[in-house]
Design a protein around this ligand. Structure first.
Ligand code: PXG
Length: 459
């Protein structure tokens, strides 16, 4: 049922008057007449305040893994709110959902990661990991090891630490970032940076940039390397198979902590519990958020490997870190229900063996020969379609990002949510999506890409 307390025009006027949205050109949005108001969700679909139905190809913001409106998650929140809506884990107290969730996460993460710190957002989890990595080396008697290395196009959030770690120049230009002791190296973006190299050869070359940077900075000053197993917000950059084993070797050889940001890749997105499982990575620390509760309530976690946790526990004394809502019992109860649903519905094997490969196959069948499609890639239910001016030379469109926005607008107008990163269209639908819904998604995507090409005079 569409919301009827206000008309769409009234919602828009109120929104424009008082609400500053994330990552938004406020004046530009107001000039366009304001926002689309989303009022309801069910399964893989959303409805706006005018009653239009949208197929959500982005699972919200890469997070609604079990789909909208799942009663098990709502019941868990309701039950926990009545039982104990809030208590904290400071001052020698905690709550059963926080304990239970910590145990569940430790069971799901790779061997050797056995301790969890909770927070509320992916940004906070990243800040937690940065602080831990630096503190670890201080406790280990190497206080000069403080530099954290991320990657260009990496995204880890917007708090001062997470934004410094993210490799996005426009973010750094606002507010005096990055903070000291952050550094960035190239990502394993074969289509963008690989030139004529074979993808696997490129997958070994990109880590060489990390090793060179470590040598330039001095390994005795580098605390950690942080990476998303697949870079999401940077454009769904799927690494060649050769990439992560080489990164792992470099971190081991130079004694640098390896931190996996699993905020997007975690909880089934790649057809495995974590991106680290998909690529055989053995991280020292993992951060997670989004899919941990399917986005129903805010919750994040930083999971510590034994090397880090043992030193912190044995030699650290009091660790001055934590939020009012760390391990919030309602959020933890929802997360537990969410893990139960992912397990009982068999979503992860389904993504790995069925819907993931099917999405890639359908995208290729529908779009491989399209005049403005340069590359199609997907792993599990995270994928990308690169729009380019010239398929054979991979030449980009002149005003980078403009064609992506055109395509995104065509998607919205045709009932599909697909996001643009520069001129790359990215997809991450809810993990419950079925084969016939994938058919629908791909045909809507084709309509939007055709309309984009027509607008450019290319079809
Ligand atoms: N790490 C990764 C890998 C992320 O994708 C964060 C950390 C930060 O999480 P919080 O909860 O602090 O937002 C993210 C968030 C987009 C988009 O447009 C992506 C994110 C957030 C908002 C928009 O693709 N990712």
């Amino acid at each position: 049922m569409p919301d009827t307390t206000h008309s769409t025009a009234e919602w828009r006027a109120l929104d424009t008057a008082h609400h500053l949205h994330p990552f938004t050109d406020f004046k530009g949005l107001a000039a366009e007449g304001g926002s689309r108001i989303i009022v309801r969700g069910d399964g893989i679909h959303l409805w706006d305040s005018d009653g239009n139905r949208l197929l959500d190809g982005m699972a919200g913001l890469w997070c609604v893994n079990v789909g909208y409106g799942h009663p098990k998650l709502a019941e868990a929140a309701h039950r926990q709110m009545l039982e104990l809506p809030y208590y904290n884990s400071f001052f020698k107290t905690t709550t059963p959902p926080a304990i239970e969730l910590a145990r569940r996460l430790v069971d799901l993460t790779p061997d050797g990661l056995n301790h969890v710190m909770f927070a509320n957002s992916g940004s906070e989890a990243a800040d937690g990991a940065i602080r831990l990595a630096r503190h670890f080396w201080t406790l280990a008697g190497q206080p000069r090891k403080q530099i954290i290395i991320g990657r260009t196009h990496g995204y880890h959030g917007v708090t001062l630490g997470a934004a410094s770690l993210s490799g996005m120049a426009p973010m750094h230009r606002q507010g005096g970032l990055p903070l000291p002791d952050f550094d960035h190296v190239m990502p394993p973006y074969w289509y963008g940076f690989g030139g004529d190299a074979d993808p696997e050869a490129f997958g070994r070359q990109a880590p060489a940039a990390l090793e060179q940077r470590i040598r330039d900075l001095g390994a005795e000053r580098v605390a950690a390397f942080v990476g998303e197993p697949i870079q999401g917000a940077g454009g769904v950059i799927i690494p060649p198979e050769s990439y992560w084993p080489e990164i792992q070797r470099i971190c081991r050889d130079h004694d640098i902590l390896l931190i996996c940001d699993e905020v997007i890749c975690g909880f089934g997105r790649t057809g495995h519990w974590f991106g680290a499982d998909r690529y055989g990575i053995r991280p020292d620390i993992m951060t997670m958020a989004k899919g941990i509760t399917s986005g129903y309530v805010p919750l994040s976690a930083t999971v510590l490997g034994d090397r880090v946790a043992d030193l912190l526990i044995e030699r650290g004394g009091e660790y001055f870190h934590g939020f009012t809502y760390s391990g919030h019992p309602v959020a933890a109860a929802v997360a537990i229900a969410n893990l139960d649903v992912i397990e009982s519905a068999g979503l992860i094997p389904r993504v790995r063996t069925d819907t993931g490969p099917y999405l890639l196959q359908c995208l290729r069948e529908a779009l491989a020969d399209h005049p403005i499609v340069g590359e199609i890639r997907a792993e599990g239910l995270i994928g990308a379609v690169e729009l380019v001016a010239d398929k054979t030379t991979r030449q980009r469109f002149p005003d980078e990002g403009a064609v992506g926005l055109m395509c995104r607008d065509h998607c919205f107008a045709n009932g599909l949510v697909m996001r643009a990163v520069r001129d790359t269209m990215v997809l991450a639908p809810p993990l419950i999506i079925t084969r016939s819904q994938i058919d629908e998604l791909v045909s809507l995507a084709r309509v939007a890409i055709d309309a984009t090409a027509r607008g450019l005079g290319r079809l």
